[in-house]
Design a protein around this ligand. Sequence first.
Ligand SMILES: *Cc1c(COP(=O)(O)O)cnc(C)c1O
Length: 411
Amino acid sequence: MPFWEAALSTATSSNPSQHHIMGVYNRAPLAFERGRGARLFSTDGGEYLDCVAGIATCGLGHAHPVLVDALKTQGEKLWHVSNIYTIPEQEVLADKLCAATFADVVFFTNSGTEAIECALKAARRYHAVAGNPERIDIIGFDGSFHGRSYAAVNASGNAGYLDGFGPRLPGFIQLPFGDLEALKAAIGPTTAGVIIEPVQGEGGARALTEAQLVELRQITREAGVLLIFDEVQSGMGRTGKLFAHEWAEGAEPDIMCVAKALGGGFPVGACLATHEGAKGMTPGTHGSTYGGNPLAMAVGTAAFDAINTPELLDNVKTIAGYFTQQLNGLKDRFPDVVLDIRGKGLLIGVKLASNNREFMALARDQNLLIAGGGDNCVRLLPPLNLTLAEAQEAVAKLEKTCEVVRAQAAA
Ligand SMILES: *Cc1c(COP(=O)(O)O)cnc(C)c1O
C-alpha cells in the first residue's frame, strides 16, 4: 500500500482525530481516493454524488480529461519561474479574462483570499495616489465571506471569524446585506470602496437582485469610490453567466476577485481591474512568489476555455432551472423540513427547519455530498457540467433525506 493510501485509511478509521493536523476544521469522517466527473470514491469503497465540488471549485468535476492533459503537458515543460521574469502563460489567461469582462489588467494569486488582499490594497492605493490617503474605509455587508487573512476577516461580515485575534483593523464597516439606503448614508470622505458578493456563498446563497447590482454601481460611481465584486464563488460560470454580475446590465465593477473554479481544483486566483482601478498598483506595491506560475496558468487557461462556452453556460441554466423547480416542489411537500430555496444558478441554498449539519450527515448516508452555509442553509454547488440524470439522482437523494428528517422528528 503506498504511503498516502495508508495515511488516508488511518484518517478515516483508526485515527479520526488527525493528531498532527491543526484542528481548525470539523471534518466529516470520510476520505476520498479518486474522483471522476461528479462522482467521488471513498477510501472505504463508497461512491458519492458530489454536489460540493470542493466548494464550487471543481467546476468541471473531478479528473476532467482536458485539465488532466493540461497539467501533464505543462508539468513536463515548466512549473515555476518567478514574477521577476515575463511569464507568457499569464498573458494568455489575462488576455482571455480581459476580453471576456470589464477588466483591463489582472494580478494572479494562489487563492481567493489573496485576490481579496490585492483588491483591498488596490482600492486604498487608488485614493492614496490621487492625493486622498484618508480614504481607507472598505464598506462590506453582513453575512459576507471574503477569506481568512487579517484583511479578509475584517472585511467579512461575520464576527465569529474575528474572535480572539486581537483588535479589529481600522477601516472596515459592515452594513445589512443589500441595504442600499444604509450604503448611501455610510459613504463619506474616508470611504475607499465597497466590497460585495453578487451572490453570497458561505452566507447562505443570498443573491442581490439585478436592480440592486445596477444601483450599487450608480451609488459608488457617483460617490467616486471603487466597487469591488467578490466573485470568488459566484464567478466562472456558477450562475449561468461567466460572472454573476453580468445578469445585470451596466453593473460592471472597478475591481473583481476570482478564484475557486478558475483553476478547476488547481490553486489559482485573480484580481481583475480596470486601468483606473489598478492605477495605484505600481512596481513594488504588491507581489507573489507562486501567483501565476506557468503550471497554474496552463491549468487555469484550460479550465477557462472549457467553462467559457455557450454549451456549458447553457447547461448551468438548464440544470439550475430543473433544481429550482424540483426543490420548490420539495419545499411544498416538506414544509416542516425545507423553509426556503434561494441562490442563483448552481449556487443553490436550501434553508432548513432542522440543523443543517445533521442534514448534511443524513444526505451523506444517501451517498449525496452537499455543503453547509450560513442562516442554517445547505448549499448545492455541483460541477457545472452535471447531467440531468445526475441532477435527478441528487433530487431523489434529497427527497429521501427529507423523509428521514421527518421520520426522526416524529419519533
Ligand atoms: C472561498 C471564498 C473566498 C476565499 O477564497 P480562498 O481560496 O479560500 O482563499 C473569498 N470570497 C468568497 C466569496 C469565497 O467563496
